[in-house]
Design a protein around this ligand. Structure first.
Ligand SMILES: *Cc1c(COP(=O)(O)O)cnc(C)c1O
Length: 494
């Protein structure tokens, strides 16, 4: 299995795609072709547990890894880190409506599924492409990714991780999650400024030659854990394959039947993983792409025009507040029949004008697979309340957007195919928005009081990683200006 860039022809192995993160031409790495899971193999996989299914899927993409290496990575990622035997359980909440719960990991959001595994894939990749060198991960975060990356990299040999976040740009709970992170190889630092300052600061450091030379002389190099890394995409394909196996095993899906998948979408990484599962032979019908008021993808799927020139909205589903969906570039490559020249042109237009339009053929191909829809914060809140009252199932704001768009889809199309809804965060992670949806009265001010009230009202348990924060010590309290980020990094790395 070889990888190429979405913007020019390349021929590299997965280990290089993972250590490099992004191609030299600015494109993203994609598999040159898709491996196929035969019906017989899928039949056998029904009897496997999640980890065995993961090794099976990973071995088809990461063909330059040995089976023992993959096994070690998967065991490390999913043993003792999630709150149950299966990291991605499937719950049928109403007939034909299944929630794929991806938030049972250490930070209570779906990014754990990939970020528990990526650090391990990265160290094995580095041992092949840059043996003996330490990988230094820099992350600028507006909240969730930072903690998930910290937790994934903490204690992983051969890596150091440094996370920068905007001092006044994350919730108190998110800040506490990061500043209490344990591990000798982790550093957390607040920035006096907003998320863009943190992000731009990190980008400058990545491009700084004197910093690179300094790292090189110390036997280290920078790498990235962001969602365009193929090493974050491939663990996400696993849970769609696993969901299919569970549906078949429980008899909820007839032999030869297909199912739809609904994904609350921001950067297009999660839904792209479902598309990749389909290309491997998983019988997925429609892919339903759900957005909040930042509905640039809804418009794109409906019209073929991608236009980021629009107001940015801060919503109750903040992990989807995105106007540039970076993983969409991979989808463009595929709907253009693997044409790097077409992608290069579109990305140039996006950079220069903030807008592009795809060809009618590409649009038809896209529309034959995807449905796009969106809803606002009020509809999100109503959906959480209705789902809880009618089915006694509590979901978070991001998942609620998916449920709302799924309802729109069934009303418009009458399609009653069984569906899998990607449930991307624990409702407790967004308690301030979830609580008013299920009960009236004033909101408690304190974050922990909110968690307890939500538990009382709904009869569900506060996830341990959030409840335990109360007893954790703050270990990181550095705060620097953007200009001082380089010094902070040098100081930490020694
Ligand atoms: C990151 C995130 C999303 C969006 O996922 P993409 O892969 O960026 O589309 C949705 N929900 C939650 C809770 C997230 O953290």
């Amino acid at each position: 299995m070889k990888y190429t860039s979405t913007r020019s022809f390349q021929d590299i192995e997965s280990a290089q795609a993972i250590t490099q993160g992004i191609a030299g031409d600015g494109g993203l790495f994609v598999p040159r072709e898709f491996p196929r899971l035969s019906g017989g193999r899928l039949e056998q996989m029904q009897a496997m547990n999640y980890k065995d299914r993961a090794v099976e899927v990973l071995s088809m993409y990461l063909t330059d890894f040995s089976e023992a290496e993959l096994r070690r990575c998967v065991e490390g990622a999913y043993t003792g880190t999630f709150d149950g035997e299966n990291p991605a359980p499937l719950k049928e909440v109403a007939p034909g409506m299944h929630f794929l719960e991806l938030w049972h990991g250490p930070t209570c959001a779906f990014k754990d599924m990939a970020l528990q595994l990526l650090p391990r894939l990265l160290t094995v990749s580095a041992s092949k492409t840059a043996p003996g060198r330490t990988m230094v991960i820099l992350v600028a975060t507006s909240g969730d990714t930072g903690k998930a990356a910290l937790d994934g990299f903490a204690g992983v040999e051969g890596t150091r991780i440094i996370v920068f976040y905007p001092r006044n740009g994350v919730s108190p709970m998110q800040e506490l999650q990061m500043t209490t992170q344990k591990g000798d190889n982790v550093a957390v630092c607040a920035i006096r400024g907003n998320f863009d300052d943190a992000q731009n600061g990190v980008k400058e450091i990545f491009a700084d030659d004197s910093m690179k030379a300094w790292l090189d002389s110390a036997g280290m190099e920078f790498s990235s854990a962001n969602s365009i890394n193929f090493g974050r995409l491939v663990p996400q394909i696993v849970y769609y394959v696993s969901a299919f196996c569970d549906l078949r095993k429980s008899g909820k899906l007839a032999e030869g039947g297909c199912f739809n998948v609904v994904v609350p979408t921001g950067n297009f990484g999660n839904i792209l993983a479902a598309e990749y599962a389909r290309r491997m032979g998983i019988p997925i019908g429609r892919l339903i792409c759900a957005s909040n008021r930042n509905n640039v993808l809804t418009d794109f799927i409906r019209t073929g025009v991608y236009d980021r020139n629009r107001p940015f909205h801060t919503t109750s589903s903040p992990s989807m507040d995105i106007l540039i969906s970076s993983n969409l570039e991979r989808m463009l490559y595929h709907v253009y029949g693997n044409d790097p020249e077409a992608v290069r042109g579109l990305m140039k237009e996006l950079k220069e004008k903030g807008r592009y339009e795809i060809s009618p053929e590409a649009r038809h191909r896209l529309q034959s697979e995807f449905f796009g829809g969106f809803c606002d914060d009020r509809a999100t809140e109503e959906t959480i309340g209705a789902l809880f009252r009618e089915h006694h199932y509590l979901c978070d704001t991001h998942t609620a957007v998916a449920v709302n768009v799924y309802r729109q889809y069934t009303e418009q199309t009458g399609d009653r195919t069984p569906c899998v809804i990607a449930s991307t965060a624990s409702p407790y992670k967004f308690a301030a928005s979830v609580l008013p949806a299920v009960c009236g009265g004033p909101l408690p001010e304190d974050g922990f009081a909110m968690l307890e009230k939500l538990s009382e009202v709904t009869g569900t348990a506060v996830p341990a990683p959030l409840a335990n924060l109360k007893n954790c010590r703050v270990l990181h309290n550095a705060c620097v200006s953007r200009e001082e980020m380089g010094d902070f990094i040098r100081g930490f790395l020694g």
